[in-house]
Design a binder for this molecule. Structure first.
Ligand code: ADP
Length: 467
């Protein structure tokens, strides 16, 4: 593999240090990767600050043209990026390819949204205008579950609105991001986009940096709270997309044969490491046994293997820490519920966990209360739908959720009452670049995507003109 470098001030350069990236399917060394130090972080922020005035002055059209050129260059390298993504992240190749297409769609579609000047009022005595001005340097901090998609959401919104960026991937999945930085280097003016990497040690310095105007973060709720603290003294703008504990509510008229595979896929995609994955299922007592059996059958049949191998449905957990966490949760769950599929850990060296289905589990069990972020799904029964809605909403999280029914009107009435940023009826995980998404409660602040998502990267600038 060709060497990986940081992107600072238009230059690809080695890190002050290096670190190793592991392939989670083998547990073995995959590549060496640069690791920035504090000085390089400061250089990256300073370069972004210098580049800001000229970038902000460009028109949307001029900025969009450069982002579209990046999308074009990435389109020509989908296979290469998808393979690299699978080897660093673990997800099956078909999911990696989907992530690449999604990334390109975000670059193109999100950058095609423009926030024009508006006349809010025009009377005999006054005109009131709204301009939207970029904020300055944005810190884009991303996690290890969907490294490409999440980077695209952040940088496309930030850049098209006229901000410059310093981005920082998660230490265990920096490689696709660093390759992407090479493409950006060829298509953007120096300093407009910078990428540094760390070993989980530079995040706080970046978010508290006086020259960062906004932090756009996706990751755990715990880290999100730390970011709120570290940005408080300068009141930086924040967009936070955090954890979720999304419930699927299956109404008693649902056709389980068609719904069960969708629930299974919604819970197990990317080995369950998706903030918007289905994390709990509530099903009517009359269908409880049938759905449990069907999900267990799907789990038993699932092919768990190296994502690079054809036919793999579920890859390894992304890193050792997450593997240990989910494994401990499954061990604990043996006493809290009945494991009817999975609950086993194929011999290493990779971080594999068989998809695990748990029934007869108490609402207060940790697997139900907390975000598992792994391939283990609790199935709970309810006797009336009011009870199901109340239990689905009884959580500090509020990211997504799904409702399943043969009668979409009936499902919609339930969906309206799910207290979350997004809810899907008879489908799951449809995210479109022109539709905003965000979290309720402790699942986040603000929204991403759509005009509303881009607006979060601007200052609303109101001008009153007396006549
Ligand atoms: P996890 O705990 O699953 O690794 P995190 O939410 O901690 O997830 O990580 C998401 C991203 O946040 C990563 O890029 C990580 O390096 C970064 N990060 C970790 N700690 C901090 C922090 N205190 N401030 C800012 N970013 C951080």
């Amino acid at each position: 593999m060709e060497a990986f470098n940081l992107l600072i001030d238009g230059q690809m350069m080695p890190g002050a240090m290096t670190m190793e990236v592991i392939n989670p399917a083998t547990g073995k060394w995959l590549a060496d990767c640069p690791r920035a130090d504090a000085e390089q972080l400061n250089e990256a922020v300073a370069a972004a600050k210098r580049a800001f005035p000229a970038w902000a002055k460009l028109t949307y059209a001029a900025r969009r043209a450069m982002i579209h050129a990046i999308a074009g260059a990435l389109s020509a390298r989908i296979e290469e990026f998808a393979h690299l993504l699978t080897s660093e992240q673990g997800k099956p190749l078909h999911e990696a390819i989907k992530e690449m297409y999604g990334s390109i769609a975000i670059l193109k579609m999100l950058s095609s949204i423009e926030l024009p000047d508006e006349v809010l009022k025009d009377t005999a005595t006054e005109t009131v205008l709204r301009h939207r001005t970029p904020l300055g340097v944005v810190a884009a901090i991303t996690p290890w579950n969907t490294p490409m998609t999440l980077l695209m959401v952040k940088i496309t919104s930030a850049l098209v609105a006229g901000n410059t960026v310093v981005s920082k991937p998660a230490p265990t999945t920096p490689l696709t991001n660093l390759r992407f930085a090479e493409i950006c280097q060829a298509h953007l003016p120096a300093g407009v986009f910078n990428m540094i990497t760390d070993a989980n040690d530079l995040g706080a310095m970046l978010t508290s940096h006086p020259d960062i105007a906004k932090v756009s973060f996706t990751g755990s709720t715990a880290t999100g709270k730390r970011i709120v603290e570290s940005t408080a003294n300068s009141l930086k703008r924040l967009t936070l997309e955090l954890g979720g504990n999304d419930a699927a509510i299956v109404l008693d008229d649902a056709d389980l044969k068609s719904v069960a595979p969708k629930l299974f896929a919604g819970a197990m995609m990317n080995a369950g490491q998706v903030c918007l994955a289905i994390k709990r299922v509530y099903v009517h007592e009359s269908q409880y046994d049938e759905l449990c059996d069907e999900l267990a059958r799907l789990a038993d049949a699932a092919v768990v293997d190296d994502g690079a191998k054809q036919g793999t449905q579920i890859g390894p957990l992304q890193n050792k820490m997450q593997y240990d966490k989910v494994r401990a949760l499954i061990e604990e769950t043996r006493h809290a519920g009945k494991i009817i599929a999975g609950g086993s850990f194929p011999d290493g060296p990779g971080y594999f966990i068989r998809p695990t289905i748990v029934r007869d589990i108490d609402d207060q069990a940790r697997l139900v209360r907390e975000e598992q972020f792994g391939p283990v799904l609790p199935v709970l029964s309810y006797s009336n739908v009011e009870d199901a809605i109340a239990r689905a909403n009884d959580t500090e999280y509020g990211l997504g959720g799904t409702v399943w029914s043969a009668d979409s009107e009936r499902a919609l009435a339930v969906a309206r009452r799910v207290n979350s940023g997004t809810v899907w009826v008879n489908t799951h995980m449809v995210l479109q670049p022109d539709v905003p998404a965000g979290g309720a409660k402790q699942s986040g602040m603000g929204v991403e995507l759509g005009a509303e998502g881009i607006a979060e990267f601007t200052q609303s600038h109101i001008v009153y003109v007396a006549k």
